[in-house]
Design a protein around this ligand. Structure first.
Ligand code: ADP
Length: 297
């Protein structure tokens, strides 16, 4: 039995419904999405979500949502005077535009309590976090988060990191790249997306992205690449696989997050590396044929 702990920020999502001016509320966030898919794909895993929320009713609803999805809430920390971050989707000429309110997000101070993070990681086999988890931490939170990850690694935990580059969450692109590089250097498995990496690290192709993370010490790197070829390196062996062809893409939200869950559940379920990547791209293929972040696959 694998104990998987995903660490990050879950937000309230407000999505427009038709033209009526009505909105539907849901919960989403990159690390939450991966936990949610991991739970569905591997019923024998223990999946925990580590985050912080407030004491308000919407925070209670989020915790209930996690429980109902079969995700453990033992490491959801409650903090005073904070709530959940929120994003609202608005349509402009048919394109989805995201507005964010996350100043009061409890998850931003999750890592201020170092012992909390150590407790959350204590019984885990696999620890998963992302560049967004790191980006949103206030004050010394980023240092504390990476310190806890480093300790967990020393204690034999497997560390998985999705760089998930979001320049809007950082002071400068340079700061983002420096922290993401530090986090990746602590990780055994790195799951970047080539597009973003090319834009911010200047990688000329997906191989350059792969090699940069391998050079930092990761034993497994799988470079997601939209409909493009997926390059990987695992325990020194390199290769490339083709993703499933999808002609009817509906919504690519959570493609990468669901890919990660598909990969990790297969990989830690002892699949060969290429089998695990095929499983991952099949999960993502089903997700992008549905609407929203959490598609019942
Ligand atoms: P992210 O959501 O992190 O930007 P990508 O867009 O690279 O990630 O997509 C993650 C994975 O989802 C890809 O590696 C691929 O397996 C699958 N995928 C995404 N878009 C497509 C597409 N248009 N056709 C087929 N597969 C896709």
């Amino acid at each position: 039995m694998t104990r998987f702990v995903s660490i990050g920020e879950c937000m309230v999502e407000m999505a427009p419904q038709g033209k009526s001016g009505q909105y539907a509320m849901a919960f989403a966030g990159d690390t939450l999405n991966t936990a949610w898919y991991a739970r569905r794909l591997s019923p024998d895993w223990v999946v925990e979500y580590a985050t912080a929320v407030g004491y308000d009713p919407v925070s209670d609803q989020m915790v209930d949502f996690l429980s109902d999805a079969g995700i453990g809430t033992d490491f959801v920390r409650r903090v005073d005077d904070r709530t959940l971050g929120l994003y609202l989707i608005a349509l402009r000429q048919g394109e989805r535009h995201f507005s964010y309110w996350r100043g009061q997000s409890a998850a931003r101070i999750m890592a201020q309590d170092g012992p909390f993070l150590l407790r959350a990681m204590h019984d885990a086999d696999v620890i998963y976090f992302s560049g967004i988890t790191l980006a949103v931490q206030e004050g010394s939170g980023r240092d504390k988060l990476l310190d806890a990850v480093a300790r967990a690694r020393t204690r034999g935990k497997t560390i998985v990191f999705d760089s998930n580059l979001r320049p809007g969450l950082w002071d400068t692109p340079r700061q983002m790249c420096d922290w993401v590089t530090k986090a990746a250097a602590l990780s055994h498995v790195v799951l970047p997306s080539h597009d973003d990496e090319a834009r911010h690290f200047g990688d000329k192709d997906a191989l350059a992205t792969r090699d940069r993370y391998v050079a930092l010490g990761a034993s497994t790197v799988v470079v997601k690449n939209g409909p493009g070829l997926i390059h990987y390196q695992h325990d020194g062996a390199r290769g490339v696989t083709e993703p499933a062809v999808v002609s009817d893409v509906v919504d690519t939200t959570a493609a990468g997050d669901s890919f990660n869950a598909g990969f990790l559940t297969a990989h830690f379920g002892a699949a060969e590396i290429e089998q695990a990547i095929h499983a991952a791209s099949n999960v993502a293929r089903r997700v992008i044929q549905g609407r929203g972040a959490l598609v019942a696959i």
